[in-house]
Design a protein around this ligand. Structure first.
Ligand SMILES: [Zn+2]
Length: 308
């Protein structure tokens, strides 16, 4: 493997494109999806259009952009309207911003979902990102009111159940609590456990509940031995690619900002780890995202027709 997984992936894709052109075969160069990024954040304001151009040049079919707090939903909605074939929106109240969420925001969330779904069932592909964050690495780390987190999480799971929407979950030091709530509420619409770094047993519980695991930058670090072993034990149906851009820098990224293009570097790292060709990884993870979010292949055509 080359030292730089993203460059190695781009090299591989260029080779595949040439091969397909020579054979003029019908089989397509693989498409891929970043199942979790915050492309609406202001750190992308300067060059968002260039980033999207470059992503599409490298076969990125879609990016999933989750909501994190009420005043930000608008940005996600606008971005999705500007790129209806590309940006797949979700809305939710992220645990990190617990202090600023109001009870009324739950009602606003339900209204937004209702309105979006009525216009087109895929104007919202999931409820998220939501969850529980009980990770306090140092005593100076910000404590987030746990009872309040639990309340907001349970309420949002109930809303998702009512609208039959999959979830995008943020889970840190909280896997047991989250699985218990999903079971208690008999939640069956599935979704993605974003940035999963738990154990094999925790992975199995989520998979039993109909979820897939989001694998991103963490797996690119050589020290991530436990996570790598967990991923090696998974079926190819049970995980998807993600970056969490602009956060969660992969080991090979030298700038201070992550971008969805790094999904390819994550995929290349996994290609080496699992000894599976890059195009197989890209195709399978794309299928998995489509399955959990109920995205049919004509999704993009349908949206195009609707906006005509
Ligand atoms: Zn996120």
């Amino acid at each position: 493997m080359m030292n730089h997984p993203l460059e190695a992936a781009q090299h591989e894709l260029t080779k595949l494109k040439k091969k397909h052109a020579l054979q003029s075969s019908n089989s397509e160069v693989p498409e891929w999806i970043d199942s979790h990024c915050h492309l609406d954040f202001s750190v992308f304001d300067e060059d968002r259009a260039c980033i999207i151009d470059e992503l599409q040049r490298w076969g990125c079919q879609s990016v999933v952009v989750p909501g994190v707090y009420k005043d930000q939903w608008n940005n996600v909605e606008k971005l999705a309207q500007q790129h209806p074939e590309f940006v797949l929106p979700a809305y939710g109240l992220h645990p990190y911003f617990t202090a600023q969420h109001l009870d009324d925001d739950l009602m606003a969330l339900e209204e937004l979902l209702q309105k979006a779904i009525a216009l087109h069932p895929r104007n919202v592909i999931a409820l998220g990102e939501i969850g529980l964050d009980f990770y306090y690495p140092t005593s100076s780390h910000r404590y987030i009111d746990e009872a309040r987190q639990r309340f907001l999480f349970k309420e949002q799971v109930s809303i998702a159940k009512k609208w039959n929407l999959p979830l995008i979950l943020h889970a840190r030091k909280s896997h047991d609590d989250i699985c218990k709530t999903l079971k208690d509420r008999q939640f069956t619409a599935g979704g993605i456990v974003h940035a999963f770094t738990g154990s094999a047993q925790q992975a199995a519980r989520y998979i039993d509940l109909g979820f897939v695991l989001g694998i991103g930058g963490a797996v690119t670090y050589d020290r991530a031995k436990k996570l790598r072993r967990v991923v090696q034990g998974l079926s190819s149906l049970d995980w998807v690619l993600e970056t969490d851009s602009p956060d969660m820098l992969p080991a090979f990224e030298s700038s201070s900002r992550n971008t969805p293009l790094n999904s390819l570097g994550v995929a290349m790292t996994l290609s080496t780890l699992l000894q599976t060709p890059l195009d197989v990884i890209l195709n399978q993870t794309t299928e998995n995202v489509r399955r959990v979010f109920n995205i049919t292949v004509d999704h993009h055509d349908a949206i195009r027709r609707d906006s005509e």
